[in-house]
Design a protein around this ligand. Sequence first.
Ligand code: ZN
Length: 140
Amino acid sequence: MNLQIDDCIFCKIIGGKLSSKKIYEDDYSLAFLDIYPTSKGHCLVIPKNHYATILEIPEFELAKLIRSVQKIGAASMKALRADGFNVLQNNKPAAGQVVNHLHFHIIPRFSGDGLKISAASRKAEEHELAEWESALKGHL
Ligand code: ZN
């Protein structure tokens, strides 16, 4: 396994061409500190192979990657005394993806930290829910 892209900054980190604060590594994944942290100890967990989004990564590697996400989340709770953490994963620029290499953000949370990271929004109308339910089910 060695699927890497020359102009990808995360591939360069994996290949050792760019430095990072690596905190965990196994055969399939790497975790390092985000240099633009949303909170104390904000980490990124990435697959060692280059996949642009979550849609491209094979199931086996995704399972390994998620296990690393779980480990880093647990470590942030213990090591940083976080009260919780958010797992955030953006796909495509419209969703806020900046680096075109699949990555999970592990954002430690502290009671009363005031960060606004939430999927909660307005309550949907019944006709909207029916339309989206039908559209999504049609592609699964
Ligand atoms: Zn890459």
